[in-house]
Ligand binder design. Structure first.
Ligand SMILES: *Cc1c(COP(=O)(O)O)cnc(C)c1O
Length: 226
């Protein structure tokens, strides 16, 4: 077994254990493998080990990798900050966007989504930590933004996404994930996705209702930024 295949299995085992601990069905959480900074060969290795959904943060890197792999069985999720001059490539190449934090970006994605593709699956990113530097809309802005996005023709609104302030304190992790869950619970919209939980906090996220965890380091190893 390759390292990536073994790591993937270990992550699947963690997800299963966290679901059991939370008395949730083990198949109620999807695994998104975050392949940012890793080459197409690493994605191929994970795909050979049964992984289907991959997350990318940078538009150019993502579309280069999508083209290099040219595998229609793979599902690509854009999870990074998105500027309005980069929306077209994302609307044309990705299946999901998790990181919408303002209406202008959503409107452009809807207008630019090609007619021959299914609607773009989207989540609204919410700032759950209260840090001024973090991207995401404020929790009190989310309801209006979600209703406006739900009316856009070429987007399918799936749920909410958050990147909490990193902390090793499980109680603080859960507190931040709970902000996202409560927001979802109090909405008058049917949202099936809570995109939350990364390598170091997926257990807390699943305990608070995550339906999709975004895992990079625990699958591919430590990223090197040069
Ligand atoms: C990089 C990244 C991840 C993966 O983080 P790990 O700690 O490597 O698991 C998840 N979500 C987003 C938005 C990211 O940018």
């Amino acid at each position: 077994m390759t390292t990536i295949a073994a790591n993937l299995q270990a992550v699947r085992d963690r997800i299963r254990a966290a679901c059991i601990a939370a008395r949730r069905p083990p198949d109620s959480v999807r695994l998104l493998a975050v392949s940012k900074t890793w080459p197409a060969a690493a994605v191929r290795e994970a795909a050979a080990a049964g992984q289907q959904a991959f997350g990318e943060n940078y538009v150019q890197e993502g579309i280069d990798k999508i083209a290099a792999l040219a595998d229609p069985a793979l599902e690509w999720h854009f999870i990074g900050p998105l500027q309005s001059n980069k929306t077209r490539a994302v609307a044309e190449q990705f299946a999901w966007v998790h990181s919408i934090d303002r209406l202008k970006i959503a409107e452009r994605l809807s207008a630019q989504r090609p007619d021959n593709l299914p609607p773009l699956q989207v989540c609204v990113q919410v700032n759950v930590s209260g840090e001024a530097s973090k991207s995401g809309c404020l929790p009190e802005e989310a309801t209006a933004l979600l209703h406006a996005i739900a009316a856009l023709p070429r987007l399918q609104l799936r749920g909410l996404m958050a990147i909490p302030e990193p902390t090793d304190d499980p109680a603080r992790q859960r507190e931040q994930f709970a902000v996202l869950r409560r927001l979802r619970d109090n909405l008058d919209l049917e949202l099936d996705t809570l995109s939350m939980g990364m390598s170091h906090d997926l257990e807390a996220a699943i305990a608070e209702g995550a339906t999709l965890v975004r895992i990079g380091t625990a699958i591919f190893g430590e990223r090197q930024y040069t």
